[in-house]
Design a protein around this ligand. Structure first.
Ligand SMILES: *Cc1c(COP(=O)(O)O)cnc(C)c1O
Length: 354
């Protein structure tokens, strides 16, 4: 970062920090005192500012509400042993945010606005970054269309905001998941690779159905044949088959996860062979049955590394190995955690100390 921007800071009169119970932090419900805002109009980003967290006045006609021009990111900041704060690979999220923006016909955000906005917000709310084990500050950049106009077109105006929320573990146990063969999350030529609101909206009903059936998550399959595993909808999927790390390749329908990429790099550094390719449901199910598939997990910023305990396919449960025995994923999960929390040397330059 070379350029710097002037961010106007308006602080809260009374912090909510003292009345916040850090032992009770459901994901994404408790927000820090402040948020970052910036407006796009007349072709430029204007008025970057940090203000007290709270409602934003808007017209009920804004196009984000009607036509769904809305994108977001998910990043985490970790408290280091020396008290400093490190954000994990935020430039990857910045790049992906602008890829999402482009696909949704939204303006790209300037790098200094994204990076400096995030860093200054975290400095203002520094005390909100938890120091308990497995806790972090979740950072949620979001952009949405604000033009009050009911014609269907790309909006002329947008708001870019960054919210932050202290958080503990997302999942605490291994997951029971269902291979989804009726509904689809994404299709070729669509927007599955973008972190855009509609992808999550369309997955909510299938997820509600699965939840009623006792599942924690879905394994989405390709829209055309339902024969190939894609991802989990908020996390990528990785498997260990014949000792190799196998993960569905990134494509229009599979989001290019930062955690996925990080795990691939760590696996390679550990001398583990990695295969990014199409992976059929058949191969996964047969692998469980004949013992060649020894591990399965979901990987994402919010969920980190979460073991899959049971995969259900066509109404039948397939039980996987005991998560405690899974050497590859447990080993990599620990390495990853140690780097994020500053407990191991960051040879990859992933930590951005703010
Ligand atoms: C955010 C997300 C992931 C995980 O990406 P990370 O960068 O690792 O957090 C995977 N799939 C979808 C659809 C997502 O929205």
């Amino acid at each position: 970062m070379t350029d710097t921007i002037d961010i106007k800071v308006t602080k809260v009169e009374q912090s909510r920090l003292t009345v916040t119970d850090f032992s009770q932090l459901p994901f994404g419900k408790v927000f820090t005192d402040h948020m970052f805002l910036c407006d796009y109009e007349d072709g430029a980003w204007k008025n970057p500012r940090i203000v007290p967290y709270g409602p934003i006045p808007m017209s009920p006609a804004i196009s984000a509400l009607h036509y769904g021009q809305a994108i977001f990111e998910g990043i985490k900041a970790y408290r280091q042993p020396d008290g400093k704060i490190s954000i994990f690979r935020p430039e990857k999220n910045f790049d992906r945010f602008n890829k999402s923006a482009k696909r949704m016909a939204m303006p790209e955000v300037d790098k200094e606005i994204f990076m400096q906005g995030m860093a200054e917000l975290i400095n203002v709310d520094e005390k909100w970054v938890p120091s308990q084990e497995d806790y972090a500050l979740y950072i949620r950049p979001v952009m949405y269309a604000t033009e009050p106009y009911l014609g269907v077109k790309a909006s002329d105006t947008y708001t870019f905001a960054i919210l932050t929320t202290p958080t503990g573990k997302y999942y605490t146990k291994s997951l029971r998941v269902k291979v989804e063969t009726e509904f689809t999350r994404a299709d070729d030529g669509g927007v599955g690779f973008a972190k855009t609101a509609g992808n999550y909206a369309r997955s909510l009903y299938p997820f509600e159905v699965a939840k009623k059936e006792g599942f924690d998550q879905l394994l989405w399959t390709d829209a055309q044949t339902h024969e190939f595993i894609e991802e989990a909808g908020t996390a990528n999927l990785l498997f260990v088959i014949d000792g190799k790390l196998v993960t569905p390749s990134v494509r229009t329908t599979v989001l290019d996860g930062v955690t996925r990429d990080t795990i691939i790099q760590l696996a390679k550094a550990n001398g583990i062979e990695v295969e990014e390719r199409r992976l059929s449901v058949k191969e996964v199910i047969e692998g469980i049955e004949n013992g060649r598939l020894t591990e399965a997990f979901a990987a994402g910023t919010a969920a980190t590394v979460t073991h899959i305990g049971v995969i259900n396919y066509n109404g039948k449960d397939y039980q996987l190995t005991d998560p405690e025995t899974r050497k590859v994923s447990n080993g990599i999960a620990k390495q990853l955690n140690d780097i994020k929390y500053g407990l191991a040397t960051d040879n990859f330059g992933w930590n951005w100390i703010v």
